[in-house]
Ligand binder design. Structure first.
Ligand code: CA
Length: 343
């Protein structure tokens, strides 16, 4: 691709170490009473015979030549790489903690080999919040520029105070948390999976949007005002809901309807404009991108591809052609990411 006048930094790009893929496959083969979201998501990508599943599974495990060749072919200068969903979050704590360490060591090694092409985010095992907080600090020492959390952990959410050591560590190190989707938990998935809608088509957005919204309405950002959260898929539909979120949140607080919904310092949309950044992973659709820029601000919207799940080089050209001036387009592809992740 010709020099565009900006570097394309893709901010939500996934990998999985072969050891984790093997552990997942073993769970699928020998586990009992498995989480239905794990069976649906990992059962497909790790074991299904389709061309799509095979291509994604192979690419996830490559942090070298194949990935770099794909980046070259699509004009991507740098990937911000993170452990793919469900990461370690479906494991028991005693397996999850060492697997997060292993994943981070592998990713750090790849980033050291290709410092001009790859930047990592720190994987953690939220099942052990104290160990996770330590791993966030270790990840910063390895040169990682944020933390990846693949949404819920065994059906629990980050507004739960047991996870707050994680948020405290991220805030103290001024490192953003990328809140990425995973399959909805057992308590939520049934009508979605029954219709084939539990995955990226819709269920991911419903569950992850709710996760971020729970954090906002529970007052997480009042407790951690400098916490920064990056969320993919153009904010998991929340930007489209800003008006209704603000109206109904105020109405619910006033009426005292819910014990869990107490007054917070600002409106939901204010937190979404001040603590949250969104990326375009899987959403190469100019009207929606321009809408997010309009309602959140041009400095809040970052480019992402969603490699290898949505490796479509033509989608890069679509976003090259966004109706933006040169400065705004450079911010979208490059300088917003440099600022948010401290590159
Ligand atoms: Ca993704």
């Amino acid at each position: 691709m010709a020099d565009a006048g900006y570097q394309r930094i893709a901010t939500e790009e996934a990998f999985a170490p072969p050891e984790l893929m093997a552990l997942w496959r073993n769970m699928l083969e020998t586990g009992t009473d498995l989480d239905p979201g794990f069976v649906s998501l990992v059962g497909f990508y790790a074991r299904h015979g389709s061309e799509r599943a095979r291509a994604v599974s192979e690419r996830l495990q490559d942090l070298g030549e194949r990935r770099l060749a794909d980046m070259d072919a699509a004009g991507i200068g740098r990937q911000i790489v993170s452990l793919t969903a469900p990461g370690t979050q479906v494991l028991d704590a005693d397996q999850a903690v060492p697997m997060a360490t292993l994943a981070n060591d592998r990713l750090a090694e790849a980033c050291r080999r290709h410092p001009d092409r790859l930047t990592g985010l720190t994987a953690i095992a939220p099942q052990d919040p104290a160990a996770a907080a330590e791993e966030i600090a270790r990840g910063a020492g390895l040169g990682f520029k944020g933390v990846i959390i693949n949404s819920h952990t065994h059906g629990e959410y980050l507004d739960n105070q047991k996870f707050w050591p994680i948020l405290e560590a991220a805030e103290a190190l001024d490192t953003p948390i990328y809140l990425h989707p995973t399959a909805p938990p057992r308590t939520m998935i049934e009508p979605l999976v029954e219709a084939g809608l539990d995955g990226a088509i819709y269920g991911f957005a419903v569950e992850t949007g709710m996760h971020l919204l729970r954090m906002i309405t529970a007052g997480v950002f009042d407790r951690f005002p400098r916490l920064r959260v990056v969320v993919g898929h153009l904010g998991e539909a929340l930007p489209f809901w800003l008006y209704r979120l603000d109206y109904m949140h105020a109405a619910s607080v006033r009426s005292g309807r819910y014990e869990a919904m107490r007054p917070i310092a600002r409106t939901p949309s204010e937190y979404l404009r001040e603590n949250v950044w969104v990326t375009t992973s899987g959403m190469a659709w100019p009207p929606a991108i321009m809408f997010c820029r309009e309602v959140l601000g041009g400095d809040r919207v970052l480019y992402a591809m969603d490699y290898p799940y949505q490796y479509v080089p033509d989608e890069v050209s679509v976003q090259d052609d966004l109706p933006l001036d040169e400065t705004a387009k450079k911010a979208f592809f490059q300088t917003n990411a440099e600022r948010v992740f401290g590159l």
